[in-house]
Design a protein around this ligand. Structure first.
Ligand SMILES: [Zn+2]
Length: 342
């Protein structure tokens, strides 16, 4: 059962109390347990896992019957544990698990990066649609939400900030925030799917920790991208948001691992930049990917990198942007980025 996550434009004009009552009716607590509003999207993840890519569905059901169709949604996790695929002794099969905390974190990252990527496009091309204009205030609040996710989500009694962008927005947000919440839902769900495909690939190859860990991670990344971008899967996706989702999936460890590890690799996963670069190379050699899609992912890649730098207050020269060194400023970086976009 997937819920309709495109209702946010209507919500902008509604009555907040009625909306809250409506959510409570549509998402009863016994069926949608959890602390954060992402709980209402959990079936979108589990349903879309199979329906996004028929190839993933086929692999799962015909080639490896020992992987169950079950995907556990863990509402009792502490911290921000990464999704995993594990052997369930009681069911005698592999199953996947992702936690509410991790999904909530992915949603905040999706919103934050979506705003960044769209804002970049508006800076370059202008924006004629009054309902889509991204204001500085919205960018600031997006950044606040991201910082909240990193520091507060792991705490036991944290509460989603009531008047901030949310997977289930209510009227009364700032400017056009509501209209971006619906897109962030799609992006967050697909980012989770990408991460689950990565975990599924480990199970498919029966990867064991310790042996060729780096090569196993590269293979899991490559296969997860191929499953997401399989021609049949692309047919199921209406916009290029999927590409942004993949990048957010890649970047996800960046915020919850120590920065040094994320930049240089933690001994198991390759570094963030290496992961992104190897995927871009995969795209370039794939005839199914259109020029426009490739351009979109490069733009998103640049924008994500730029926002990472700004957000974390760090600078790390990116291998794909020639001519930069550590002494150059963010403004110069932005100029090169905008030229690449144009
Ligand atoms: Zn992995």
């Amino acid at each position: 059962m997937e819920i309709d996550i495109n209702e946010c434009l209507k919500i902008m004009l509604g009555n907040k109390e009625e909306q809250l009552a409506d959510y409570a009716r549509r998402f009863p607590e016994d069926e949608f347990p959890g602390r954060f509003p992402v709980q209402n999207l959990k079936y979108n993840v589990t349903t879309r896992f199979s329906s996004l890519s028929p190839e993933a569905y086929r692999l799962m059901h015909t080639n490896i019957p020992w992987v169950s169709n079950g995907i556990d949604y863990d509402v009792s996790a502490s911290g921000i544990p990464s999704p995993c695929c594990y052997f369930d002794k009681s069911k005698q099969c592999f199953t996947m698990r992702f936690s509410e905390n991790f999904f909530a974190y992915i949603w905040c990252a999706s919103y934050f990066y979506l705003l960044g990527v769209e804002h970049l496009s508006q800076v370059v091309n202008g924006c004629t649609d009054a309902l889509s204009v991204i204001t500085d205030r919205m960018l600031e609040r997006g950044e606040y939400l991201m910082r909240w996710a990193m520091s507060e989500l792991p705490k036991k009694d944290s509460v989603w900030p009531a008047d901030f962008p949310s997977p289930m927005p209510t009227a009364g947000l700032e400017d056009n925030e509501c209209s971006y919440c619906g897109n962030a839902n799609h992006i967050a769900v697909n980012a989770m799917i990408f991460i689950l495909y990565h975990e599924f690939t480990h199970a498919y190859f029966q990867d064991c920790p310790g042996v060729d860990a780096l090569e196993q991670e590269r293979r899991a990344d490559r296969l997860a991208v191929q499953l997401c971008l399989h021609p049949e899967a692309l047919g199921n996706v209406k916009d290029s948001g999927l590409l942004l989702s993949i990048l957010i999936g890649f970047s996800s460890l960046f915020h919850i691992s120590p920065i040094e590890e994320a930049l240089k690799g933690d001994g198991i996963h390759p570094s963030l930049l290496e992961r992104i670069d190897s995927v871009i190379e995969g795209f370039e050699s794939d005839r199914h990917i259109s020029r426009e899609a490739l351009r979109n992912i490069k733009v998103a890649q640049c924008a994500i990198y730029m926002f990472l730098c700004r957000f974390l207050g760090i600078y790390y020269p990116h291998s794909r942007l020639d001519g930069m060194d550590e002494n150059e400023t963010m403004e110069e970086y932005k100029k090169i980025l905008l030229e690449a976009y144009l």
